[in-house]
Write a protein of this length. Sequence first.
Lengths: 712, 277
Amino acid sequence: MNAGVGNPGGSSGLCIEGLGIAYQTAAGQRQALSNVSLTIRRGEILALVGESGSGKSTLAYAILRYLPPEAVALSGSIEFDGRDLLRLDDAGLRDLRGSRIGVVYQDPSTALNPTMALGEQLLESVRRQQPSIARAEAVARAEALLRRVQLGDANAIMARFPHQVSGGEKQRVMIAMAIAGSPSLLIFDEPTSALDATTAAEIVDLIKDVQAEYSTAVLYITHDLASVATIADRVGVIYAGTIVEEGAAEAVLRLPRHPYTRALLNSVPNPFRAGQRRRFELQHAAQAAGARAAGGCKYRWRCPAAIEVCAQEPTLEPVGADQRVACHRATEKGLDLRSAVTRATFAPRTAVDTSQALLSLRNFAVMHGRRAGISGFFGGRDSRVAAVDGVDLDLYAGRTLGLVGESGCGKSSLARAIVGLLPSGGDVVFDGQPVPPGAWRAHSFRRDVQIIFQHPDQALNPRMRIGESLKRPLKLYQANADVSLDHRVAEMLERVHLSASYARRFPHQLSGGEKQRVAIARAFAVNPRLVICDEITSGLDVSVQASIINLLSDLQDALGTSLLFITHDLNLVQHFADEIAVMYLGRIMEMRPASAGTLPPYHPYSEALLSAAPVPDPDVQSRRVRLSGAIGPRSFSTVGCRFTARCPRKIGEVCDARAPTLEGEGGHRIACHIPRSELASIPPIWQVHGKLETGTNSKQLISARNETLNQA
Amino acid sequence: MREIATRLIRNPLGVAGLALISFALFLAVAGPFLAPYDPTQFHVRARLQGPSAAFWLGTDQFGRDIFSRILWGARSTIVFGLTATMLGTTFGMCIGLVSGYVGGRADEIVMRLIDAKMAIPNLLFTLLILTVLGGNATNAVIAVAIAFTPSMARITRSVVLSERTRDYVNAARARGESSAYIMFREILPNVAAPVIVESSIRVAFAVMLGATLSYLGLGVQPPSPDWGLMIAEARSFLQRSAWLALWPGLSIAVVAIGFNLFGDGLRDALNPRVGEA
């Protein structure tokens, strides 16, 4: 079966054949994986892509035999270096897990023991390999491993505890532990999803680097199809426990054949489409309820191209040179798999009245920590730091301002201070009325400015029914006896594409995306004029993120609400924002109109952020700009540019001595000492290679690329 | 709610506790109707008798039927335990909720006062109050309730401290809800579970503390049939007629164990993670 792929059954690498796994539940068996066949040869990276609940992690744990007792392997085999892992005894498993297979988990902060120094944890892995090794030798080996994962000061890292190093450094230590036994298979389970964009890009570089050196087989699990282009040789797309498409990464990304792969690719923000205000693919996970039911193509419940024949289960058939697809209609020509919503763009922008901003911040500042007060008298230090330090922003009616920055840059503090959850300094003017400093806000301000939080699990009271939560803003701000509150709640739910029956549910009965929809419904309940979205999609799958963005934009178009969209993903926000502010350590580094697209000039920090964003396109080459170090601690007395310590384009003493101001015309302003003309002359981050002759400038390049994309 | 009930029923110890409590509650309600004799009626000819067909559990020094007195005593003992605990829990929850939510200097002062109270043993503290107020059943309930307040406040406050940082509280604040609404409608339902568990275990302590106070003559006054009081009266006859102290002692133990087991079962039932692992 499936002889089209490489050399299945070869002695090296991993070969999964017809694997089926089910969980025994009270309601009978629930199929987690069915008939999965995959091959990863040595020296090859296979990216397994799927949304949460698709079974991708079950597959990883099946390889390690880490499955819970309720899991039953129903069929198939997992052959690794000539042995069937499903039939291995305990001794064989122990040998396998420590040395032959290395694993790196999603969240490095929970995967490391918080009470042990990093060095000791690494030494454990080294000793497992060679139990008789002398301590000095083991330490030397551990240090060599740390240097291998580019942790410069290996000695110092060894002595530190997990809470004393950054997330990126923890993940590097995890990788060092995984490669301690020179494994022939490495499994990465969403290794970058807990990290910042720039750190994630470095980790991906490191994974490729390590893989090349050891020529191991790598299984890279992710929910983000975009990251596949940068890392993978091959890609497998998994949906509801079955592989729906598999093949060489280049082939799959250039011409995805399965409707699900296309939908995934469409939900990924592609920088070449930035500024076009094109809609993302809209997917209703709720409609996939029947997916686990036996029989037929599992995707047909969501598929825009489903026909009668889809009730029969498709098999993975080779299509093209190096690609297999499980779809009855994969080879049909001219099949438009885009749903009507996808084909549409967002409503076009009308001219904006820039004479008066809806919200304007001047010299806005937020302080954290305590004033020295009386303890200062006894030598205590003033421990205050400025989370936000002198920010000027203007937000116009009906517009979207994207605020981009990495964790710790102060963007959440800014959001919370605007709505009065944190005390702030500086001037705030809302709708022509000055807002007093401090945390007090007027009744009308609280009605007009709403905030949506990052974690939907926390933002809804777990002991309150959804309907009850949704009624609160109505009770506070719209005492309208004409319409019953229940009726209004049903309307609000309908607005966010949820059925009225959700009003009776509790938050824990909803998925993450559904909870976020409820939070959106609550924020829009009383037709606010400004909604602040604080990282509202960062905990969600890419496809759910896409549907949330579509929803927000529709609401904005319908109600004329202004949005302040806060995110760490510059690439995402370029798609629907009108203006983008890039923030670093409490200051705005750059203000870009979205119409500037992805072309220079950039602030050196924006340049690094853009470079870190993966592009789901094999024909696009991104220029590597990597930052050294992590976001540093702030002290009150910083005089120079905030970015100076990590800036790859630092020009000299002036950067340390004087903070640059935002300068520039046409709404595109950059805070940098490097002259504007010089910034404008640097090459763009993204280049389309091999398609166009030299001599064309970058703007032409990109517009040509966009044309081909639109035709595809 | 139904889920919690199902999980509680699946827990054998919790069910045993529930059965013991139900039995005790049944006695508290129906005991006086089942009792074969008036609990204060003297049978002068049959003093200090052992268990017999006429007097199932024997008689005391005045010839009163022990079985009837146990049945009658269930009411006062259980009512005492429940009211004292409920009063203490309510006071403690309110103090903990406000103190934890408001925070700052007020919280600091309340917590230091609670520390001071917790340094004094409960028995000593209740004795102190009863000495001032005078020993009777109502005052004993108040004394025990006050003694329980600080620890309930502590527990409530610790849960409030973690709940108040959650975004649903931030959302309510940003929405402009009043502090009272946030404390009692948003936060309170989320702190109730651990507090209810703790207070169900505390009922057992209250029953024993009440019995102790009656024994010391500061709670229920003779000739009322109270289990603690019965033990106190049996003290002088311990060498001749040990069962006099045995029956009320056993009854107190059964109620205490019942509430303890029920509290444990409730804790497991309210925490969905136990049992899944």
